[in-house]
Design a protein around this ligand. Sequence first.
Ligand SMILES: [Zn+2]
Ligand SMILES: [Zn+2]
Ligand SMILES: [Zn+2]
Length: 339
Amino acid sequence: MDDSLLRRKDVWSLLNYLDKTQTEMLDPVLERGIYRYPVVEEFVKDDVDSVLEGLADLGFLQRQLLDSVMSCPACEGFSHLLKPVCPTCSSGRLMKGNVIEHLLCGYVDFEHEFLSHGFKCIKCGKELKTLGVDYRKTGVFFKCISCGRITAVPIRRYICTNCGRANMEEELNLKPVYRYIVVKEKFPLLKGIFYDLSPLTDYIAAKGYTVQSPAKIVGTSGVTHQFTLYINVWGQVISSGLVVDIISEVSEEKIYEFFMKCLDVKAGASLLLVVGQASEKARKLASTFNIRLAEFVTVDELIEKSKTIIGELLERLREKELMSEAAFLEDLLRQLEKK
Ligand SMILES: [Zn+2]
Ligand SMILES: [Zn+2]
Ligand SMILES: [Zn+2]
C-alpha cells in the first residue's frame, strides 16, 4: 500500500474533516439493502469501501467488526431473495400448508385438499374419522406443483438481487461489516505527507531538467507505476533519468517494492526520501539494490537537503552518459582504424 491514496483531493478533504471535527468513528448505516458510510459519501463519490479499507491499511482508521452478512460470491452484494425449490425437480412452483397423512392407505396431501373432497381420502375414497387413529397431521410441508413431491425442507436458493446469480447457502461468503475508528495519533503525520514539493521541483527545473510530480511511468511489464518525482533531461530515455519516492515510513518491504518499480521502468537512478528512520536492515537492502536512501527528521529538512542529493545523482547520471558516449566514440575510432 503506498501513500498515493492520500494524494487524492477527496480523501484529503475527508481526512481534514475528520481531523477538524474530531470525529471518533465512522459507523455503517443499513440503507436500501447496502451498508453506507454517509459521512464518507459526503467527500468520496465512487469507491467508499476501497477508500476506507485503504485508510485502514495505512493506519488512519482501525477496523472494528460490528456485524457480518452473507454476500454473493460473484458480485459481493448481500441482498438476496430466498427462493425455495423442489429437491427432486428444482421447480420453484411450490405450495406450503398443513399436511395430513391418511394412515389407512398412506396417502399424503394438504389438509385443504382433503377438505375440498368432503374430508375423504383422495386416493382410497374413505372418510377421515379420528385424528391420531386413521389419519394424522404431519405438520407444515411444501408441495411441488410440477412433480408432486412433498417435502419439509425445500432446497433454499439465494438469488442475488444485484447480479441475479442463484447461490446455494454454502456458496455465499461471509462479509464483515466494519465500524472504522479514527486513529487520532496518526493525523499529525498527515502534515508530513502533504508537503508542498514546489520548492524542490522549482529548484530542479531551474537547473534545466524536466520534472514530473507525481509521475506515471509504464514499465516493461506493462504495469503503470507512480513515483513522487521523475527527473530527466528533456527528450532523454528513462535509463538516463532519476525516479524519486517520498515515504513517511520505511520498511524492507517498501524498499523491495520501490526496487521492483525502478527495475520495471528501467530507471537510470533511484532515490528514496524518508521522513523518519530506517532500520539497519532496510539501509543495507537499499544499498544492495543500488537505491540511494536518505532519512530526514522533518519535511522541511527533506525539501532543503534533498536538493543536494538529487543534484549529485543527476550529475552522476550525466557523467555515466558522457562516459558511454566516449566509449562509443573510442570504439568507433578503433573500427575506423582497422579499415
Ligand atoms: Zn386413503
Ligand atoms: Zn418437483
Ligand atoms: Zn451477485
